[in-house]
Design a protein around this ligand. Structure first.
Ligand SMILES: *[C@@H]1O[C@H](CO)[C@@H](O)[C@H](O)[C@H]1NC(C)=O
Ligand SMILES: *[C@@H]1O[C@H](CO)[C@@H](O)[C@H](O)[C@H]1NC(C)=O
Ligand SMILES: *[C@@H]1O[C@H](CO)[C@@H](O)[C@H](O)[C@H]1NC(C)=O
Ligand SMILES: *[C@@H]1O[C@H](CO)[C@@H](O)[C@H](O)[C@H]1NC(C)=O
Ligand SMILES: *[C@@H]1O[C@H](CO)[C@@H](O)[C@H](O)[C@H]1NC(C)=O
Ligand SMILES: *[C@@H]1O[C@H](CO)[C@@H](O)[C@H](O)[C@H]1NC(C)=O
Ligand SMILES: *[C@@H]1O[C@H](CO)[C@@H](O)[C@H](O)[C@H]1NC(C)=O
Ligand SMILES: *[C@@H]1O[C@H](CO)[C@@H](O)[C@H](O)[C@H]1NC(C)=O
Ligand SMILES: *[C@@H]1O[C@H](CO)[C@@H](O)[C@H](O)[C@H]1NC(C)=O
Ligand SMILES: *[C@@H]1O[C@H](CO)[C@@H](O)[C@H](O)[C@H]1NC(C)=O
Ligand SMILES: *[C@@H]1O[C@H](CO)[C@@H](O)[C@H](O)[C@H]1NC(C)=O
Length: 491
């Protein structure tokens, strides 16, 4: 579920049907000169910066001890067509810079076309900063991180960083901007908030795009099992890629050579012939460096060869990667750990999950990123809330891809059982989140945001559309789906 590198976060894109400022909510926005916060010289007139002070805890009245200031950036065209809340997921990365990039037109990923007709807001609330023994170390690390985060923030803030509070913040901003309706372009962890917002404020939602869905109410173990199945499928996708890639060093060895190479590398690491890279580091790096988020199949295939045949294991060196990775992992904890009520904080529980996962781990890959969240959240000192399912009959667009690892297609299918009036698009290919992949599925999202037109039933090579009431078929065989640019692969 965590989208790694960069971990994006909770943000907003807002667009309006009325000229903004016409109506005020309970709290008043303070607009500020963007030059004081945006590190660029020439700022376009479409870029606006503001802050809104809201209660930290919405159960209590706002006051000296109970307020927090949300900081946001907005992109505001001349005559906005409406308000879109854009959540790139994460959670808890830095968000407003997404909006600067959009306003400055410096983003490397081209934004969905209709966005530029809307007001866009980016908001973030984030704090600045295999054995039982290892389990305890992670617990302790999370506890220390929470303590230091808490010391550096407004007292009590860290306890209110849940998605349930965040959706109330979004609603406060919507109201303060004077919009009745908010559209959503939610990605990844952002979908978790978008679905909750739709259920809590049904009268205030417009067009909803939920792309790469983290289902509400999904038990941890199920999510992890599906991630394990997905990462195993991705090894087969890398194999399928190799068969069709003239530069792949294993191509002549035929089908299955990449799975074999993976297992050979594990055996070498276990035998101490891997320049000090342990097999658990190798597994973690194959996942984090190559298969996560937007898989890099050609690079993985080459790196396996370089390790096994050239003795170059540097691409699997977790020690070198950790200083970069760990802070990003820690940054998700304030929200992720509050969004679930982890009932059991013991190592025995952790081991019982691992045993469940082994049963679906075809190629014995062992590592799954979100499993690390179990010991980390077990050490989190603030109590989470139960992760309840939400229900909404609103029409929406749900999007997934067969081989998404971070939010497996099954997670999107699961959420759809609770959102029965949604149109589902399954992109046949790789990668987490589809609105960044040029192609027909991105166009469907764009079209829906622009005009409200949902796609009709289709069954094609690149994607399949299931209108409300139609159940999705099984996830396709990794060898039956084309590889390459059409599948979103990095060449
Ligand atoms: C914003 O601040 C910059 C630099 O301090 C200044 O040059 C500019 O005139 C200010 N803009 C407005 C609208 O006040
Ligand atoms: C928010 O709290 C600060 C103290 O932390 C106080 O100075 C300020 O007046 C409060 N604002 C509101 C709107 O309650
Ligand atoms: C953004 O820049 C690209 C070129 O990098 C250009 O084609 C496009 O028209 C620009 N968009 C806007 C809204 O200015
Ligand atoms: C998806 O879930 C179904 C059960 O609901 C399971 O049989 C299947 O193996 C899962 N597929 C993947 C790729 O996780
Ligand atoms: C270690 O790997 C190298 C290739 O990187 C190989 O030449 C050597 O035979 C291996 N040694 C053992 C003990 O497996
Ligand atoms: C791994 O990285 C560490 C720290 O950067 C370095 O000391 C070590 O030599 C590297 N090992 C390999 C196999 O690249
Ligand atoms: C080892 O592989 C890395 C890329 O994974 C590359 O940057 C480095 O130059 C290689 N080292 C040697 C000695 O070939
Ligand atoms: C925690 O999980 C373990 C392993 O499944 C179990 O033995 C233990 O009873 C559980 N503890 C609690 C408090 O539920
Ligand atoms: C489902 O969506 C359609 C079209 O968007 C709408 O006409 C219908 O009323 C919705 N059904 C429910 C139960 O909300
Ligand atoms: C789509 O077509 C494939 C064959 O090309 C078929 O196996 C699959 O069941 C079809 N799916 C739907 C939803 O019609
Ligand atoms: C392999 O590549 C060729 C040429 O680029 C392409 O036509 C074909 O569809 C690809 N096959 C797969 C399975 O992706």
């Amino acid at each position: 579920m965590i989208s790694s590198l960069p971990l994006c976060a909770i943000s907003f894109i807002l667009v309006s049907t009325t000229v903004f400022g016409a109506e005020c909510g309970s709290y008043t926005i303070q607009w500020i000169n963007c030059s004081t916060v945006v590190p660029y010289e020439l700022l376009p007139s479409t870029l606006h910066c503001g802050q809104l002070t809201v209660p930290m805890n919405y159960e209590e009245p706002i006051g000296d001890m109970n307020n927090v200031t949300l900081h946001f950036a907005m992109y505001r065209p001349q005559n906005p067509k409406g308000l879109i809340n854009f959540n790139p997921g994460g959670p808890n990365g830095e968000v407003p810079s997404n909006i600067w990039e959009l306003a400055l037109n410096t983003s490397t990923a081209e934004p969905l076309l209709p966005l530029i007709e809307y007001d866009i807001l980016g908001e973030s609330t984030f704090c600045s900063p295999t054995t039982e023994g290892e389990f305890q170390l992670l617990q302790e690390a999370a506890n220390q991180y929470a303590t230091s985060c808490n010391d550096q923030s407004k007292p009590g803030l860290i306890e209110t960083m849940s998605t349930n509070v965040n959706i109330q913040d979004w609603n406060s901003v919507r109201q303060a901007l004077g919009y009745d309706e908010m559209n959503f372009l939610a990605e990844s962890y952002g979908t978790f908030g978008a679905a909750r917002y739709a259920a809590k404020y049904p009268q205030h939602i417009g067009r909803m795009v939920l792309d790469a869905v983290l289902a509400t109410g999904l038990p941890n173990v199920k999510l992890l099992e599906w991630e394990v199945e997905s990462v195993n499928n991705l090894l087969l996708r890398s194999d399928a890629y190799c068969l069709n890639d003239t530069a792949c060093p294993y191509r002549k060895e035929g089908k299955g050579s990449i799975v074999k190479a993976y297992q050979e590398a594990v055996a070498m690491a276990d035998g101490g012939n891997s320049s000090g890279v342990s097999s658990s580091d190798f597994r973690a790096m194959a996942y984090l460096n190559f298969l996560d988020t937007r898989p890099k199949f050609p690079a993985l295939n080459q790196a396996l060869y370089d390790a096994i045949h050239q003795g170059n294991w540097s691409a699997f060196n977790y020690t070198a990667y950790a200083p970069y990775y760990t802070p990003q992992l820690m940054a998700v904890l304030p929200t992720v750990c509050l969004d679930q009520d982890l009932q059991n904080h013991t190592f025995a529980y952790f081991e019982s999950i691992q045993a469940d996962l082994n049963a679906v781990d075809r190629f014995d890959m062992k590592y799954v990123q979100d499993l690390t969240l179990v010991p980390l959240c077990a050490g989190w000192p603030f109590k989470g809330q139960p992760n309840r399912k939400v229900y909404s009959e609103a029409a929406m667009l749900l999007v997934t891809a067969d081989f998404d690892l971070n939010t497996p297609a099954n997670s999107t299918f699961y959420e759809r059982l609770q959102l029965p009036n949604t149109t589902l698009v399954v992109r046949h290919g790789d990668d987490h989140v589809s609105d960044v992949e040029p192609g027909p599925v991105r166009n469907i999202e764009s079209e829906y945001l622009a005009s409200g037109v949902l796609p009709s039933a289709t069954n094609g090579t690149l994607y399949t559309v299931y209108p409300p009431g139609c159940k999705p078929g099984p996830i396709l065989n990794p060898y039956d789906v084309p590889v390459g640019t059409v599948a979103g692969d990095i060449e």
